[in-house]
Design a protein around this ligand. Sequence first.
Ligand SMILES: C[S@@+](CC[C@H](N)C(=O)[O-])C[C@H]1O[C@@H](n2cnc3c(N)ncnc32)[C@H](O)[C@@H]1O
Length: 314
Amino acid sequence: MHDSLKDFLKCPHCSGSLSISGAEYANRIIMSGRLACARCKQSFEIVRGIPRFLLGETYAGSFGFQWKRFYDVQIDAISRNKESENTFIEKTGFTSADVKGKVILDAGVGAGRFADLVARWRCKKAVGVDLSEAVETAFNNVGDRDNVDIVQADIFSLPFEKESFDIIYSIGVLHHTPDTKKAFMHLVPFLKKGGVFAIYVYSAYARKRIWIGSEILRKATPKLPVKLIYYLSALAIPVYYLYKFPLFDLWLYPLFPISRHPNWKHRWLETFDWYTPIYQWKHTYAEVYNWFKEAGFTEIEPLDYPVCMRGVKG
Ligand SMILES: C[S@@+](CC[C@H](N)C(=O)[O-])C[C@H]1O[C@@H](n2cnc3c(N)ncnc32)[C@H](O)[C@@H]1O
């Protein structure tokens, strides 16, 4: 973590101030040390450049595995394409002008693909938070940027000063928590008044077409060893070609849905990502709209990609 992150941090248990001791630096990044709360006396370690506000990954272990294996697949700066940039624009509506100079929270940073983007778009600071060991990958991918910090913490117990961020986005994360709406509500206090909150959650609309098979399979797959699913989901690489035949597409695909991404690595990652998470809720535009309303947002704007929405904190 950079020294400047200290201004944003608070004890996740009592909101007390945190002081740092034993800091060891490498290239202006605090690689190890300890943060201690002046009020409740809890302390939190900084390990390999990341402040750790958790003791374990709890339900998110599959994501830790996922982002360690597929560490570079979606990072535009590594893949030399604009896929994650296009996804970000489509799912948040933000442009580089919206992001420049802003303090941003990436809630559920994963491998850091969007933190990579907003850092290149010259945000003032992007703080990427994740529950899982994905933080190790995110730190390796983007931790050396002057305007990025990675923090291991739970959205339900964030270690930040209230109203710290100009923008909060959470892309493909909240539906993987035990309660999507509660996770949404836990993020709101950390946004400044007038700040913008953008989320993407899985849609309930496509259920009939392809999710019948996957919902049956998913009753078992999150309970299987992640390594087994890792190898089984590699079947998506060749099966994709089988599904190009209309008969297989019509009858087999709804029973054994896979990612149909044209790139084999993305296809493997996305199929794994579909079958492993313990929680995978689906939502409608009406539901999400009501969360924004209930939390006092104005200018609530549904985006075309289901279900993406953003709003301004009132
Ligand atoms: C599907 S990944 C999406 C990652 C990233 N937003 C992206 O689109 O590339 C979901 C991420 O949410 C994280 N996550 C799930 N529950 C969380 C929680 N309660 N607090 C913080 N992160 C959480 C997982 O560890 C995982 O890395």
